[in-house]
Design a protein around this ligand. Sequence first.
Ligand SMILES: [Mg+2]
Length: 421
Amino acid sequence: MNIVEVRLTPVAFADPPLLNAAGVHEPWALRTIVEVDCGDGLVGLGETYGDLPHIELLRRVAPLVVGVDPFATSRILEIVRAELGATDAPDRHGLTGVSTPEKTALRVFSPIEVACLDLQGQLTGRPVHDLLGGAVRDAVPFSAYLFYKYAAHPGAGSDPFGEALTPDQIVAQARTLIDRYGFGSIKLKGGAFPPDQELDAMRALRDAYPELPLRIDPNAAWTVETSQRVAREMVGILEYLEDPTPGLAGMAAVADVARELGMPLATNMCVVAFEHLPEAIARDSVQVVLSDHHYWGGLRQSARLAGICQTWGIGLSMHSNSHLGISLAAMTHLGAALPELTYAADTHTPWQLGADVVESPLPIVDGAVRVPTTPGLGVTLDRDALARMHEDYVKCGLTERNDAGYMRTFVPDFEDVRPRW
Ligand SMILES: [Mg+2]
């Protein structure tokens, strides 16, 4: 049973105007659905970024894995590395730090690996988490991921979430998400407004939810000095401070202060490839790494990252970009199989407003996704939805994410400058 075809389908789904340090989300988020087909109706599913430069790399690799056994993922990784060589394609899909040739290869390999694991699970009758060592938990906790946001995209009606620009509106957003999904921890995407304004929102969240762990992620929008001040002011409020400032040296300088305060620093920007780990460990720049199988190279490479973190006493959390139900299933299987995952994972799922390419998306109940026990990933492609969402991709005309450019429709002189404050 070998791979006979790899199909790539770019899709788009509506995305609310969510703010971050780089600008604001455009009306459409892009993803690519990857189907690894072994014939006889046997298809494995993967999901990855939808920016065109990434799709072009996937298109180069897809025909090269035809004829390969879906259990031979190490060989597939070698094929991807050999084809892409020194290709270093910058990330055009979100705030996931610098790129390197190895990170580029792992990013292209990832959805194929996930699809192969889905196939392996179907062929062996086992859920994907069983292929990763088995589940250590029955449900994987996710956090309420709050965003500053405008009420609506220009010319569109307000979305169900409405405006969130003040501390009261951020607390109301938390209430909406927690009431609906039962989340047991809260993350605020910061870096959109001056830090003191965002600290007011964090204090309002702490007052509203004194029992819940809180995090803020300004995506490197703050200087070292600002980050050190924020760390002092947020003692006792944050479970971790995520990417306050750019770079391993800057983070190490903040960590010197944060360590005394007992506040871990987390990252999905300055440690985003295995080659970043030695310097990060030597400098003690970060105490928590947010894994993300989409750029760490799939589920097994993410488990390898977890092992390195465990060896060096670094905590493990999980990062998210706008995504659909195949990614949520993959994140859930991975989270189930990693004893090292001690924090609730991030997810953008509530912001999709129900749009999905799978027939029955895994639900978030009591702040967690129950780990599927059916063979493979445990999700089925909804081919009508896939066709519809591909049409939306073609119609929307976007080919890569550009939060800064879109921000200029709201703030004409906006520049993505970091650190800003
Ligand atoms: Mg982050």
